[in-house]
Design a protein. Structure first.
Length: 613
C-alpha cells in the first residue's frame, strides 16, 4: 500500500480535541501555518471590511470586540493590523499594546485586555478619554465578555473610566453596539450565528488545496471496500458527494436550534467539530487519525470506529473528554442515538427479514457497507436475534445500534422524512416542527399555522390553570384566590381572545430573529403586550403538555417559566382594569367565578357568592 503522509492532515488534527489544547490559541495555529507553509482555513469575516474602513476614516470610532473564547477576536485584531500596514515582526514581538501611525491619528491595538499589566493599566484612562472626548488616539481592543467589565472596574481610574464602564455594561445588557455621546462601537462576536457560518467553514475545509496531497495515495478511492481510507471517506460524506449534503443540512438544523435556545457555538468549536468528524477514531493517537495510522486501522477491521456520524458526538473520545468539550456536550443534549421509536428500531433490527421494512433496510443499511450493515454488524445482529449472546455481547450490539440511530439521523433524505421521523431520534420530537413551521416560516414573513398556535394556547391553559382543558380559543387567566403560583388555579380572573377582538389577540411573531408568543390585552397603548420567548425546550414542553404528556426530564424550569409568564399577564390585567375603571367594590358581598371542566374537556364558569353579613 502506497500511503502518502499529508502535512495538511497533520495540520487539521491541531484543530481537533487534542490533549495539548494548542487548538485553543490563534497564535499556535499561526506558528504552524508559518512553519509548514499551509494555507490557513479562512472564512469570510462578517465585520472585517467595516473595521478596516472605520480606521481609515478621518474620525474613526473606538472598537471593542467581545465574545466568548474562540469567537475570532484575535483574528480580527491581526487582520486589521496587517490591512493598515502593520508588520508581522511588530505583531509577533510579544508586546501587549501595539501602535501603528495612520494619517490623522494613531491606532492602539490590544488583542487581549486581560494581558494588560498593572504598569500598562494607564491605557484604560486614555481609551476612556478617547471614547468620551475624542483625540488623536483611537483603540481596537479585544476581551472575553466575562473579563471586559472586570478589567474596567478593577482599578482606580478616572471619572471617564467609570462612566464608560457603565456605558459598556448597558450596551452588553441591551445587546446594542453604540450609544449616543460615546465615540465607541461594541461588537459582540457571540452574536454571530453559528448555523450560518458553519457551511462556510465546511467549504473552506473540504475545498482546501491541502487535499491534493491525497491524489497519489493508493487508499484514496480504492474500489476494494476494505482498503479505502476512512479519512477520505469522511471528507466525501461531509462534502455531500453522494447524498446531497444531508449531513451539513442536519448539522445546520441542530446549530440553529442551539442558537434559538440561546446557546452560542464559537468558531473555534465549529472547527474542532469538523476536524473530529473527519479524523476521529477511538484507537488512533490522541483519538484523531493521521495518514500513518490508516493501514493499521484497515488491517484491524476497525473502520467503523471512524464513522463520521459517531464523531459528530465525540464518540471517539473518553467520556470525560467528551463531556468537557463544549460542542460535544451541547450536541449530546439532543440525545441522538439514545432516543428512538419502534418503527426505526424495527428497521434496524428486523428490517432484513421483514418484507415491509426490507426496502428501507436495504436503502439505509445494506447499501452503506462502510458504516452501515457491515459484516460485524450483521453477525452481531444475527446472534442477538437468535439469543446466542452474552450480556457483554448484547451490550456491544446495543452500542452499535445506538451508532446506527446516529447515522440514520444524518442520512435519511427528504423523500423518507414523513415515514422515518428523524426527530423522534432526539429528545425533542417537536424540534423539526419548531424549526421549519415556526422559526423559518416567521423568518420568511409567513404566518404560523393556526393549529400550532392552538396547541400552544391549549398547553399554556393547562399549565396555568392546572386543569386538563382542551380550550384553545382563549387564554384563561385564573388564580387560586390570590396571585400565588398554585398548581391548581380555579378562580377565574379574565380571558384573552386568540382571534383579534377589541384589542385582544394572541399570536406567534418574530422579534430579534426569534419566535415569541405574544398576548395583546387592550387597545390602549398604556397596556403593553406580554411576550414569552419560544426557544426549543420551552416549545417542546408546552407542546407535550398540550398533547397529554408530562415531560418530567425538563419540566421544572419550564413550568416555572410559564407561571412567571402567567404572573405578568395578571399584572397587565390589573393595569388594564385600573385604566378602564373596572373596580366597583360591593363591601357586603363577593362573587367569585370558579372554573369547571365539562365532559368534553372544555372550561366553563360557575359563580359562587360570598356574603359578609
Amino acid at each position: 500500500m502506497s500511503v502518502v503522509k499529508s502535512e495538511w492532515i497533520n495540520f487539521l488534527r491541531q484543530y481537533g480535541p487534542i490533549p495539548r489544547n494548542d487548538n485553543m490559541y490563534d497564535e499556535a495555529i499561526q506558528r504552524s501555518i508559518d512553519k509548514k507553509g499551509i494555507k490557513p482555513i479562512k472564512v469570510e469575516p462578517q465585520h472585517l471590511s467595516d473595521l478596516i474602513a472605520n480606521f481609515e476614516t478621518s474620525y474613526p470610532q473606538n472598537i471593542i470586540l467581545t465574545g466568548t473564547a474562540g469567537d475570532g477576536k484575535t483574528f480580527y485584531c491581526r487582520e486589521v493590523w496587517f490591512a493598515l500596514g502593520g508588520t508581522k515582526e511588530a505583531w509577533d514581538n510579544g508586546e501587549t499594546i501595539k501602535t501603528i501611525p495612520l494619517e490623522n491619528h494613531s491606532l492602539y491595538v490590544i488583542k487581549d485586555l486581560s494581558e494588560l499589566s498593572d504598569m500598562s493599566s494607564y491605557i484604560i484612562n486614555e481609551m476612556a478619554e478617547s471614547i468620551k472626548q475624542g483625540n488623536r488616539k483611537v483603540f481596537l481592543v479585544a476581551a472575553n465578555d466575562g473579563q471586559l467589565l472586570e478589567k474596567w472596574k478593577s482599578e482606580n481610574h478616572n471619572y471617564f473610566v467609570t462612566e464608560v464602564a457603565d456605558c459598556i455594561e448597558d450596551l452588553l445588557v441591551s445587546e446594542q453596539q453604540i450609544r449616543k455621546g460615546y465615540n465607541l462601537q461594541l461588537i459582540n462576536l457571540s452574536k454571530t450565528n453559528s448555523a450560518r457560518i458553519f457551511p462556510q467553514i465546511v467549504n473552506s475545509v473540504i475545498n482546501h488545496p491541502g487535499w491534493s496531497n491525497c491524489d497519489n495515495c493508493s487508499l484514496k478511492d480504492n474500489e476494494s471496500i476494505g482498503l479505502r481510507c476512512p479519512i477520505w471517506e469522511n471528507k466525501k460524506r461531509l462534502e455531500g458527494t453522494n447524498d446531497g449534503k444531508i449531513i451539513q443540512e442536519r448539522l445546520v438544523d441542530l446549530l440553529e436550534l442551539c442558537e434559538l435556545n440561546e446557546v452560542h457555538i464559537p468558531i473555534r468549536q465549529l472547527l474542532l467539530l469538523i476536524s473530529n468528524m473527519i479524523l476521529g477514531h477511538p484507537n488512533a493517537r490522541d483519538k484523531l487519525m493521521s495518514c500513518t495510522q490508516i493501514p493499521k486501522i484497515l488491517e484491524s477491521n476497525s473502520v467503523s470506529g471512524a464513522s463520521i456520524y459517531r464523531n459528530i458526538f465525540g464518540e471517539n473520545l473518553s467520556d470525560r473528554r467528551r463531556e468537557s468539550t463544549d460542542i460535544f456536550s451541547t450536541l449530546n443534549r439532543f440525545g441522538i442515538g439514545t432516543e428512538s421509536n419502534n418503527f426505526i428500531d424495527n428497521i434496524l433490527i428486523f428490517g432484513e427479514d421483514d418484507p415491509e421494512l426490507y426496502d428501507l433496510f436495504n436503502k439505509y443499511m445494506i447499501s452503506d457497507k462502510f458504516y452501515g450493515a457491515d459484516e460485524t454488524f450483521r453477525a452481531e445482529q444475527k446472534s442477538y436475534l437468535e439469543g446466542e449472546v452474552s450480556k457483554e455481547e448484547s451490550e456491544d450490539f446495543l452500542s452499535r445500534l445506538r451508532s446506527q440511530r446516529q447515522r440514520l439521523f444524518f442520512t435519511v433524505n427528504s423523500n423518507d422524512l414523513e415515514e422515518i421521523q428523524v426527530w423522534e431520534l432526539t429528545t425533542f420530537k417537536y424540534a423539526g416542527e419548531f424549526l421549519e413551521k415556526i422559526h423559518r416560516r416567521l423568518e420568511n414573513n409567513k404566518r404560523v399555522q393556526a393549529k400550532l398556535l392552538s396547541r400552544l394556547v391549549k398547553g399554556i391553559n393547562r399549565i396555568s390553570t392546572g386543569l386538563l382543558t382542551k380550550d384553545s380559543d382563549v387564554v384563561y387567566l385564573s388564580t387560586s384566590g390570590s396571585h400565588s403560583q398554585s398548581k391548581i388555579s380555579r378562580v377565574y380572573e379574565s380571558e384573552v381572545s386568540v382571534r383579534p377582538d377589541r384589542g385582544e389577540s394572541v399570536n406567534i411573531v418574530h422579534e430579534n430573529d426569534k419566535p415569541v408568543f405574544k398576548v395583546n390585552m387592550s387597545l390602549s397603548d398604556e397596556v403593553e403586550a406580554v411576550h414569552l420567548k419560544l426557544h426549543l425546550v420551552r416549545y417542546e414542553f408546552i407542546s407535550r403538555v398540550a398533547e397529554g404528556e408530562l415531560p418530567g426530564s425538563f419540566s421544572r424550569e419550564c413550568y416555572e417559566d410559564i407561571l412567571a409568564f402567567k404572573s405578568r399577564l395578571l399584572t397587565h390585567l390589573e393595569h388594564r382594569r385600573k385604566i378602564e375603571g373596572a373596580y366597583e367594590i360591593d363591601t357586603d358581598r363577593l362573587v367569585l367565578e370558579l372554573l369547571q371542566i365539562n365532559d368534553e374537556g372544555m372550561l366553563y364558569r360557575r359563580a359562587v357568592e360570598v356574603d359578609f353579613e
